[in-house]
Design a protein around this ligand. Structure first.
Ligand code: PLP
Length: 417
């Protein structure tokens, strides 16, 4: 290849090592951390070396404001093809009329959806943050809470399930311009048809923020919001296993509004290396191997939920349909924050999260990353035992840490080539 950079291995940091050992050390240190601890953060995954190769490519150098065939910069003829491929693959993967693959992140995609459909001051009905809504669903610290009038629905405190009666009542009372369905911690499938019905009744747009489950949708392991929502917002880096980024899906009648809401309304130049990496990830997600992966992610999450319940933790909704679950460690005598610390010391990395009972922080964990590493039900069942062991007894942490090191050593996320 007539370029000065080697594209051969995204994990080969030789070039960087010679030029900037200080930073090369950090890259290697992070690879070591990711490879020797268990990544149970529900939003994380390991992208393929092919995705990393696209991210680390000279497409990163290209300015490309606008859309394929209508750019504000010269020299876009090759990156235009990359974006067209990404769009076509996304449309085919999700059965959508239109896809916008330029959003820099999931939050940017949600911002664009609001920009396409709403005006400042409009009322929006979304899951309340204490129940699992995302920052972009009306947090006062976020543009959403500042520029729109959010009304929050919740989950039933006993069942942990979305209270559809409350959704309907709030919609009738507040007549929102849009209803948002989607969450950062809801472990069950979302009933998109039920949300569509309420939206139709009150004349609201339905926005599905499918940042978490979109990868399961791609693999046929979760219902698709595409037939129901006016606009679907998503990330490409969670279960979908692509580069960090966002995307939007919609019908052809909203296509132009959505595109204009991304560029020029809320973003400048598209990041062509990321868009190429999204295309690579969509290509991977269209394979039978990814379908098998998505189903294994859910099977592993179910085993993890059963295992943790058997160890005495309180599993929200009694289980999961997806890649994620939330649990209350209180029955083992620790609160969420203490639990997160003990687990981190034992080599298990995860987040705290809101639980259906207000004021209690629980733990959110997911199986997307460990399933990419090739772990199955046997390993996941063992992880549940290690998890509870580390929680019950701080002094057991060291032993658990060794077993985690051994387990991750047998399932390296990036096997040495
Ligand atoms: C992850 C997530 C987002 C935001 O994604 P970022 O890429 O972090 O901006 C938005 N909404 C929901 C429901 C999410 O889970």
């Amino acid at each position: 290849m007539p370029v000065a950079h080697t594209l051969e291995g995204p994990l080969s940091v030789d070039v960087l090592g010679r030029q900037d050992p200080e930073l090369a050390e950090i890259l290697l240190g992070e690879l070591e951390r990711q490879s020797t601890t268990l990544q149970l953060i529900a939003a994380e995954n390991f992208t393929s070396p092919a995705v990393l190769a696209a991210l680390g490519s000279p497409l990163a150098n290209k300015y490309a404001e606008g859309y394929p065939g209508a750019r504000h910069h010269g020299g876009c003829e090759i990156v235009d093809v990359a974006e067209r491929i990404a769009v076509e693959r996304a449309k085919a993967l999700f059965g959508a009329d239109h896809a916008n693959v330029q959003s820099h992140s999931g939050s940017s995609a949600v911002l664009a959806a609001y920009a396409a459909l709403l005006r400042p001051g409009d009322t929006v009905l979304a899951m309340g943050l204490p129940h699992g809504g995302h920052l972009t669903h009306g947090s006062p610290a976020n543009f959403s809470g500042r520029w729109f009038d959010f009304v929050g629905y919740g989950v039933d405190p006993e069942s942990g399930l979305i209270d559809h009666e409350q959704v309907r009542t709030l919609a009738r009372t507040h007549r929102p311009k849009a209803i948002v369905c989607g969450s950062i911690s809801y472990p069950r499938h979302i009933d998109y048809a039920a949300f569509r019905e309420v939206a139709d009744e009150v004349g609201a747009y339905l926005i599905a923020d499918a940042a978490h489950p979109i990868g399961l949708v791609a693999g046929g392991a979760a219902p698709s919001p595409v037939p129901y929502a006016d606009v679907v917002c998503a990330t490409t880096h969670k279960v979908l296993r692509g580069p960090r980024g966002g995307m939007l899906l919609c019908g052809s009648e909203l296509a132009e509004r959505v595109d204009r809401a991304v560029f020029p309304f809320t973003q400048g130049g598209a990041q062509m290396h990321t868009i190429a990496a999204k295309a690579v990830a969509f290509g991977e997600a269209a394979t039978p191997a990814f379908t098998a992966y998505a189903h294994q992610v859910v099977a592993n999450a179910r085993v993890l939920a059963q295992g943790l319940a058997a160890e005495g933790l309180a599993v929200t909704t009694g289980g999961t349909d997806t890649h994620l679950l939330t649990v209350d460690p209180a029955p083992l005598g620790v609160d969420g924050r203490t639990a997160r610390g003990r687990l981190a010391a034992a080599g298990m990395v995860l987040d705290t999260c809101a639980l259906p009972h207000p004021d209690v922080r629980g733990l959110r964990l997911g199986t997307a990353a460990l399933t990419t590493q090739g772990m199955g039900e046997a390993e996941t069942a063992r992880i549940a035992v290690l998890f509870a062991t580390a929680l019950r007894d701080e002094s057991a942490g060291r032993g658990v840490r060794e077993e985690v090191r051994d387990l991750t050593g047998r399932f390296p996320p990036y096997p040495a080539h």
